[in-house]
Design a protein around this ligand. Structure first.
Ligand code: AMP
Length: 401
């Protein structure tokens, strides 16, 4: 069975075609700068050959057409015609409180997604446009929605309720929702598999550290708390997002600058984080280079980033009354020994020991056990694979229907 995984953003559309028997990625690509003057499809197709199609992509319908043309292309294509795509799995950012797992898409699901658009106005409308464009091009192909928030639907009310007047929750649905659910779910299950234990018997802290970063407490296989909140702005320090701050800072900045609320939110979302502190970059490759060159602000940015993670680990140990496994994943978590070292140092009160030599000599793309021989807490580096989770969930839904 071939499953197409689609992740539609406001100006991009990413896809992967996965053959489910082997879980091999047959083809993948990204349509970039949709709706702008210069747009392109960057893709990999048959035999891993890369190619770029430069042409105007005015909207998502054209992006979907371009993606399908690439998949059946004479030279680069990996299938003869689109009927060889048995299902499509769509990443949908927000499910509010309506879905606690992935669902097959029908008119009712679309209606609920539209209703939830106001909760993630930058993402859900784009997800919907992507789904509609695929439905138009492949009207008879079953499609599933896999939600970023669904894994966090098990967080209890005392953890997701903000201490605002209760009306804010009842009327405006303001609460912690959490994101990156597909990744946290995947790596916690992979951790249990590696340890040959039932995920239901483990207390796991999963650190998804990428451009966007979040950390989750997974107890008995369920998310019981996570650092992102109503939006992805809450929690850890990120590439360009500030994470937790005193909300009164917003009023103070606006008074100092006369900025509008959207300018101020832009400042917190796009100009803050390690970029804002360091003045160097949001990318950890640049940040680490600057650190080794003696840049003090790059060092401070890294220290702030790691300190926040450590603080959340302490909080989640308290939440679960212990921890059996700490997992690092995503771009920074997988490729950044400096971050892992700074986070793990000083956690010996947990009986945690880690192999720092191995930490600096990890083979890329492989699950690696960084625990020391006597460590009471397992430290695992697990490459995440959100597309594969979306494909697996889509396949499971198709098989059960
Ligand atoms: P993600 O959002 O998971 O793709 O992670 C993106 C971030 O991971 C980038 O901005 C980099 O900071 C970091 N990253 C990716 N690859 C490397 C690497 N080889 N070395 C250090 N950092 C990396």
């Amino acid at each position: 069975m071939n499953i197409l995984v689609v992740n539609a953003g406001s100006s991009s559309l990413k896809y992967q075609l996965i053959e489910m028997n082997t879980e091999e990625v047959l083809a993948k690509g990204t349509c970039e700068r949709i709706g702008q003057l210069i747009s392109q499809l960057k893709a990999t197709g048959k035999d891993g050959k890369s190619f770029v199609v430069e042409k105007p992509i005015p909207d998502h319908n054209v992006a979907v057409q371009l993606m399908l043309e690439a998949l059946v292309h004479k030279e680069y294509g990996v299938v003869k015609d689109i009927n060889q795509i048995q299902a499509v799995g769509h990443r949908v950012v927000h499910s509010a409180e309506d879905f606690d797992s992935s669902v097959l898409i029908d008119d009712e699901v679309m209606e609920i997604c539209r209703k939830n658009s106001d909760l993630a106005p930058l993402h859900v409308p784009a997800n919907i446009i992507g789904i509609m464009a695929c439905k138009e091009a492949m009207p008879n192909t079953p499609m599933a929605a896999v939600f970023d928030t669904a894994f966090h639907s098990t967080i209890p009310p005392y953890a997701y309720t903000y201490a605002l007047p209760y009306q804010a929750y009842e009327e405006w649905r303001i609460r912690k929702y959490g994101f990156h659910g597909t990744s946290h779910k995947y790596v916690s299950q992979e951790a249990a598999k590696y340890l040959k234990k039932d995920v239901k018997d483990l207390k796991i802290i999963t650190c998804h550290l990428g451009n966007g970063s979040s950390i989750t407490a997974v107890q008995n296989g369920k998310s019981v708390d996570t650092s992102m909140g109503f939006t992805p702005l809450e929690g850890l320090v990120m590439g360009t997002r500030c994470g937790d701050i005193d909300p009164a800072v917003i009023e103070f900045i606006m008074e100092k600058t006369n900025w509008t609320i959207s300018q101020t939110m832009d400042y917190l979302n796009k100009k803050s984080g390690v970029l804002g502190i360091s003045g160097v970059s949001s990318d950890f490759r640049d940040l680490i280079k600057a650190l080794y060159e003696g840049n003090k602000r790059a060092e401070l940015a890294l220290d702030v980033f790691c300190y926040r993670i450590k603080k959340y680990i302490g909080a989640y140990v308290a939440v679960m009354n212990g921890v059996d496994v700490i997992v690092f994943t995503a771009g920074i978590g997988e490729h950044n020994p400096e971050v892992r070292e700074r986070v793990l140092k000083g956690l010996d009160y947990l009986g945690l020991e880690f192999n720092n030599e191995l930490n600096y000599n990890v083979v890329r793309g492989k699950l690696t056990d960084l625990s020391g021989p006597n460590s009471k807490v397992k430290i695992l580096l697990i490459p995440t694979n959100e597309e594969l989770v979306i494909a697996r969930e889509t396949q499971a839904l198709i098989k059960n229907n």
